[in-house]
Design a protein around this ligand. Structure first.
Ligand code: HEM
Ligand code: HEM
Ligand code: FES
Length: 345
């Protein structure tokens, strides 16, 4: 495997995005602390910072979890998907700051190790109203830490993609723990219920987005009728935007059908790097460019340009007027397939 790729394109956009993200986070924290100080002069700066960091992390987590289904529902959200990793890491650092300051404020000066103190100082695990909600936060933070710490390609290769993906899906477990952490914490500190109401609303929106995206995807995955010699009609060429793809499911496998320079080619939708969705990428410099980290593939051969050696399966394509037909049987990765040529005019 080669790992020398740099994300191609979108670079200026990525910088603007990162600066906007950091600016937004700093502005939020500052606004929270200043407004909090004015509205609640009795609150200490430590308390305000703990709350600003905690709520900031919670909001970012909602955005992170909404991006997947939103970009499946509407392509205009795709740039957010490309940059989700930076959101994830930023969110982790906000949560770490919140947890760290809390531990410093509430657990640093006892006889116990501060982390042990978070788990045992309030032992009322059997009482929901008095439940040690901070322990839930600590478990969630540990999961987020494992995700951020193993996100490098080294771990992807060593843990194998299924284990790594399993670890990443733990983000939903972390989300559940954080929801309980906040709900039980608010219950105990008897603060305004506004936070709990907003969080409930966030939960409902996330659930609705995931269900809607899942339902749309299932509708798209309906098997297509076979037409002559195993070829299947997948879409009209005119429906595919130039240098982009239409994604279909054939024999249980996702296929990305690209249109570029008057030609049509079909390759597997699954990137060799981290299973990114190639059909959501576009053709840059003549190559299909993965939206996640910029690995590239020749649309006619499914092979990465030299010196790289990644290869994805290709599919035979035919045109019947404007109708695109694809053979559901994949060719071995890297097999050249002559692109179907669109009639001019
Ligand atoms: C440097 C750190 C990170 C990297 C490189 C990274 C990269 C990725 C990649 C490649 C995926 C797609 C996995 C797949 O579906 O096969 C993914 C999914 C995801 N990541 Fe991260 N991530 C990082 C940190 C985080 C953190 C800290 C969070 C959360 C707080 C997070 C939240 C998510 C979520 C919610 C998904 C999508 C799950 C879904 O498909 O609905 N990521 N991440
Ligand atoms: C070591 C881990 C953690 C500890 C010790 C901890 C501790 C606390 C404490 C003591 C409070 C009550 C603060 C107050 O009301 O004055 C709190 C609230 C909160 N925590 Fe955590 N927490 C941890 C992890 C997390 C994580 C991972 C998140 C993720 C988003 C989170 C989000 C929140 C939120 C949103 C609140 C409510 C903020 C507010 O009171 O306005 N916490 N936490
Ligand atoms: S480049 Fe990383 S998944 Fe495609």
């Amino acid at each position: 495997m080669s790992h020398a790729y740099k994300a191609v394109g979108w670079n200026r956009q990525k910088k603007v995005y990162d600066l906007t993200l950091i600016g937004g986070v700093v502005a939020y924290l500052a606004l929270f602390v200043v407004l909090g100080g004015v509205l609640k002069p009795e609150a200490t700066i430590e308390t305000l910072l703990i709350r600003a960091l905690g709520t900031g992390a919670l909001m970012l987590l909602h955005i992170i979890l909404a991006i997947g289904p939103l970009s499946r529902l509407d392509r205009r959200f795709l740039p957010w998907l490309y940059n989700r990793r930076h959101l994830g890491v930023t969110m982790f650092f906000l949560a770490l700051g919140h947890g760290g300051f809390s531990i410093l404020q509430f657990h640093a000066f006892g006889d116990l190790h501060p982390l042990v103190s978070v788990l045992v100082s309030n032992g009322r695990y059997g009482d929901l109203a008095q439940f040690p909600f901070q322990a839930l936060g600590l478990v969630a933070l540990t999961i987020l830490f494992l995700m951020a710490a193993t996100s490098h390609d080294f771990w992807l290769a060593n843990l194998t993609p299924p284990v790594w993906k399993g670890l990443h899906m733990m983000v939903y477990v972390a989300y559940g723990l954080i929801v309980m952490h906040v709900a039980l914490g608010v219950l105990q500190t008897e603060r305004q219920p506004l936070l709990a109401v907003l969080m409930g609303l966030g939960f409902v929106i996330l659930l609705a987005l995931h269900l809607l995206a899942g339902w749309r995807e299932r509708a798209k995955d309906r098997p297509l009728a076979a037409q002559g010699r195993g070829f299947v009609a997948v879409c009209r060429a005119s429906e595919i935007p130039e240098k982009r793809a239409h994604v279909v499911t054939l024999s249980g496998e996702r296929v990305a059908v690209f249109r570029y320079d008057g030609k049509i080619s079909a390759i597997s939708n699954v990137c060799q790097h981290q299973n990114g969705p190639l059909g959501e990428g576009r053709i840059l410099d003549g190559c299909v460019t993965c939206p996640w980290h910029g690995f590239q593939y020749d649309p006619a051969t499914g092979a990465s340009p030299p010196p790289f050696d990644e290869k994805v399966p290709t599919f035979n394509v035919r045109l019947d007027g404007d109708q695109v037909l694809v053979d559901p049987q994949p060719n071995p990765p890297g097999t050249r397939v002559e692109p179907a040529v669109l009639e001019q005019g």
